[in-house]
Design a protein around this ligand. Structure first.
Ligand code: GAL
Length: 951
């Protein structure tokens, strides 16, 4: 209950750190709201804010106060999920880089770990506390740990600590933990259920991702029926798993898509379908019917794991197949969400429902979940196949005792359930001044205006619909548009309307003892054209962001994809209407709406420049004479990694030296002997990571970790033959570049995030693996400054230790005048390419531009190379040509300057073999609308001399 009123918390997840352009947070929040969500769930990424122990940043793209303010301004409740551990397919599951150097076990009551967590919590909790609902904000619930599946006493003490810490920091809202499935972990002490693990939490929440997957060929499967995780499941109680029957049933995450892996065939479009339209209706509907009234879809908008944010399990795009695509387009499944969320908003009685008596379908292939509101007796009838992943085409009637009597309906033509689908029906509800006895159409929206009501109902195209309304005497029925017939049963007072779902019909009903009613009866596609916001129901635009009445004017904002007619219903007192600030001339229609006399304009086409490149070689570290005098000596640091290494090896792990993200270089010196013929290396590099090796300036080869679907292989070994010259006596130099594609998450709370990165061991060997006690004196260099960031605005995940990164070659203002026209042949190592271009997007338009590599129709290239993509200095992705599947990298406006100069720098790693060379790179437009929100460029240093110099 919020302020004494029951409410379904209908939420979707969004990660502000996966959209490094704060003005666009509002775009996503508005799209979630317009798609029917009343709540947004936010993870926060500790590591995103903390490059070094005791150093925190909450400015610019890290301004979490700002995202909370925006969510409230957009009318959304917020569920905050602040870790310390979040998982979320983030490098280290959201832990900061420096934490991997702690020896104490993370996610326990180890004092050093808890002190570290408290640093973060003190800061993030202070921000959240200001935005709590009881402090005038909109944050309603707060999560204190994520999927902590170890439930030992040390973990219980840790959980107690987290709870107490949140309370001490002023968080007074209900606190919960998110259980990985219905395991009954960390349920409130109040639960008297056996076989659960208690925690200090106020609510029990769990997550789940049921319902099949996409095949390797990218085809959706419907592996299982929707689970009954509440009333209709084993035990029959609310509270998921019956673990906590006295607290509201709470799905802190329910799969609204899935992530995708290095080396896949590109699953996001499939995921969008697999957990898309119909899935939402069947699965989310089953959840709601089961009494799960706090329901959060993971993800609502997935976004981009830019820079070195991704965990080894994912590549750059975190599109997730969610309702809002990475490019910020509303997918077709968002339209369905809008219709489902519309029902929840229209019928507040859906909150707090309990099972009602049986509602029986006349077909054995169909089941009806039947719930009622204990106070008003309003009904929810969730009609789906039995089992719910059934795909047959069935015709049937339903018999049930409803609040207004016993009915077998429809009375005329039977209902139809054709294929994988469900229907969310309501019965016995009051909507405005009307009494809806039942309807076989689904209710999307209602509007009360000028003493009358409007209801928007919809159904599958071609199916017939039946709606029964209750009156005290025969009302007058006029069909204003389309087809419908009506019959009044004077004995019951029932007015029965029968109509096909085809385009739209409009029926006006007056008299009969009720306020006048306009019924808009639409097919599904027609229904999807309507937006219910503020005091208006609007038909037409691709998006309605807001509808705000001020004085006699209704100000509408939104997007059009093409020239679009506008129609609306709104109180007559709102005489004038504006669309994105411009006034709209309107005329009345015969059906009681008003239409714009001229259509809303669509977007002008966008033209993008071709890219031309200059290049420079970027692996001078490979040369024996390279000056590494300022590099750190790699020895003597304490070893905190969980990775075993052979005795006698120095600590080579990059993290020990303050290098946590991106690439790292090693240079090792040894004295040659005729017996040392090979170099054996063991290394850690995350998902599809790699290393490259030179001896005395000569490239001896590279090694790449296999993609290893669906769980990556994150460490590996490689053996290289030494060049003959390296066996001569005297000093020789080994140069090694390790590409670190992220630290593991800590999903199983076993310190897996502390698996070593960079070199783990190195030995000189005779053929056959006999190793020598020939010492190698190593030096190491990663990101300039290590934990002391040269560029705090872009932050810890932006750069690693490539030479060009250390020199600022990725920055837009770097002077590349001395660089050559782009090379077509390539050397082993890293070659940098830079391009400058100007964009002149039409004003008042929102487009998403992406950087695309080679043949975008295929998930992989024959050419073997990889590229880090810097747009105006921001590392917006990692492309691996021969691994894939991502070849198109959306760049958010704000990072990309849509109206002015831009630069792209690519750091391309190749083995130097002919053909392993950068393919054609171009800019592409992924979407283009008229509208959008206004976006300022994200402030950050533009020239190398603006970087903070290493001490
Ligand atoms: C959940 C976890 C999330 C995320 C998700 C998969 O189990 O809580 O953080 O990892 O799985 O995307």
């Amino acid at each position: 209950m919020i302020d004494g009123k029951r409410q379904v918390i209908w939420s979707a997840e969004f990660h502000p750190f996966r959209l490094p352009s704060p003005d666009l947070w509002r775009d996503v929040l508005q799209k979630l709201k317009a798609s029917g969500f009343n709540t947004v769930a936010l993870y926060f990424d500790w590591g995103y804010h903390s490059p070094k122990q005791d150093v925190y940043d909450f400015t610019g793209i890290r301004d979490m106060d700002r995202v909370l303010t925006m969510a409230q301004e957009e009318g959304l409740y917020v569920i905050t999920r602040a870790g310390p551990y979040v998982n979320a397919e983030l490098s280290r599951g959201g832990f900061p880089g420096w934490l991997v150097n702690q020896r104490g076990r993370a996610r326990t009551d180890d004092p050093a770990y808890m002190a570290a967590a408290d640093e973060w919590l003190t800061r993030i909790d202070a921000i959240i506390a200001r935005h709590q609902i009881n402090n005038g904000g909109s944050v309603i619930l707060h999560q204190i740990e994520n999927e902590l599946a170890l439930t030992t006493p040390a973990q219980r003490r840790y959980m107690n600590h987290l709870y107490a810490k949140a309370r001490a920091d002023g968080l007074t809202i209900p606190l919960f933990h998110n259980d990985q499935g219905r395991n009954g972990y960390w349920v409130p002490e109040s639960s008297k259920v056996a076989n659960v693990v208690h925690g200090p939490n106020d609510l029990y929440a769990f997550d789940g991702y049921p319902g099949g997957t996409c095949t390797v060929q990218g085809k959706p499967t419907r592996g299982s029926a929707a689970p009954d995780w509440g009333y209709y499941g084993p035990g029959g109680a609310k509270g998921g798993a019956s673990a906590s029957p006295d607290t509201p049933a709470f799905l802190a995450e329910f799969g609204g898509g899935w992530f995708d892996y290095w080396g896949s065939n590109g699953g996001y479009e499939c995921n969008a379908i697999q957990r898309g339209k119909r899935f939402q209706r069947v699965f989310y509907g089953t959840n709601l019917a089961n009494g799960i009234d706090i329901h959060s879809v993971y993800m609502g908008y997935g976004g981009t794991s830019w820079g070195w944010l991704p965990a080894p399990v994912v590549f750059t795009s975190y599109d997730y197949g969610s309702a809002i695509s990475e490019a910020r387009e509303l997918r077709p499944k968002a339209e369905e969400m809008k219709q489902l969320g519309g029902l929840i908003a229209t019928v507040p009685d859906l909150a707090g429902m309990v099972p009602a008596g049986a509602a029986v379908a006349s077909s054995p292939n169909v089941q009806v979940y039947h719930d009622r509101n204990p106070e008003s007796d309003a009904r929810f009838l969730m009609v789906t196949h039995k089992p719910s992943n059934g795909t047959t085409d069935d015709r049937f009637t339903i018999t049930a005792d409803l609040p207004d009597g016993r009915y077998t309906f429809p009375a005329t033509e039977p209902m139809r359930l054709n294929g994988f689908d469900a229907k969310w029906l309501v019965a016995g509800v009051n909507v405005g001044g009307q009494r809806l006895v039942y309807s076989t159409s689904e209710l999307q929206a209602a509007l009360a205006a000028d003493g009358g009501d409007l209801m928007l109902l919809y159904g599958r195209a071609g199916e017939s619909g039946e709606t029964v309304l209750r009156y005290t005497s025969a009302p007058q029925v006029r069909v204003l548009d389309g087809q419908a017939t009506s019959l009044f049963d004077a004995a019951k007072g029932d007015l029965r309307l029968t109509y096909p779902h085809a385009g739209r019909a409009v029926v006006r009903i007056e008299g009969g003892g009720r306020t006048p009613l306009t019924l808009v009866l639409a097919d599904e596609a027609e229904g999807a054209r309507y937006w219910r916001q503020g005091p208006a129901l609007v038909r037409g635009p691709a998006l309605l962001r807001s509808a705000v009445a001020k004085g006699g004017t209704l100000a509408l904002t939104g997007d059009t994809r093409e020239e679009t007619p506008l129609e609306l219903w709104t109180p007559a007192a709102l005489r004038s209407v504006t669309w994105n600030g411009a006034s709209v001339a309107l005329k009345p229609t015969a059906i009681g709406s008003r239409v714009a006399t001229r259509p809303l304009a669509g977007p002008a086409p966008v033209t993008l420049p071709a890219l031309t490149w200059r290049s420079a070689y970027g692996s001078p570290e490979a040369q024996p004479g390279f000056d590494d005098s300022r590099w750190q000596v790699a020895e003597g640091k304490p070893y905190a990694s969980i990775t075993a290494r052979p005795d006698g090896q120095p600590n080579l792990s990059m993290d020990a030296y303050g290098f946590h993200d991106g690439d790292v270089w090693y240079r090792g010196r040894f004295t040659g002997t005729p017996d040392a013929k090979q170099l054996a290396l063991f290394y850690g590099a995350g998902g599809s990571g790699m290393l490259q090796v030179w001896v005395d300036g000569q490239f001896v080869g590279q090694n790449e970790l296999p993609a290893g679907l669906p769980r990556p292989i994150t460490t590996g070994g490689a053996r290289f033959d030494l060049p003959a010259g390296a066996q001569a006596s005297g000093e020789h130099v080994i140069s090694v570049m390790v590409r670190n594609n992220g630290h593991n998450w800590d999903l199983d709370s076993d310190d897996f995030h502390k698996e070593a990165r960079g070199l783990i061991s190195a030995s000189l060997e005779a053929p056959g693996g006999r190793s020598f006690a020939i010492p190698i004196a190593w030096k190491i260099q990663g990101k300039a400054g290590g934990e002391d960031l040269p560029d705090p605005a872009r932050g810890p995940a932006n750069t690693g230790g490539q030479y060009g990164e250390r020199m600022g070659w990725h920055l837009p203002g770097f002077d590349d005048a001395k660089w050559q026209a782009a090379a077509t042949t390539v050397q082993p190592g890293t070659t940098w390419y830079r391009s400058r271009f100007t964009l002149a997007m039409p004003k008042g338009q929102d487009a998403t531009v992406a950087v695309a590599f080679g043949d975008t129709a295929s998930p992989r290239s024959v050419a073997k190379y990889r590229a880090s993509i810097f747009v105006n200095g921001w590392n917006m992705g990692q492309f691996i040509a021969h691994v894939g599947p991502q070849r198109v990298f959306p760049i958010p406006e704000g990072i990309l300057n849509h109206r002015g100069p831009n630069s792209i720098a690519l750091a391309v790693i190749s083995d130097g073999a002919p053909g392993d060379v950068l393919e054609p790179v171009k800019l592409v437009t992924l979407r283009n609308v008229r509208g959008g929100v206004s976006v300022s460029p994200v402030a950050a240093p533009t020239r190398p001399d603006q970087l903070i110099q290493e001490k």
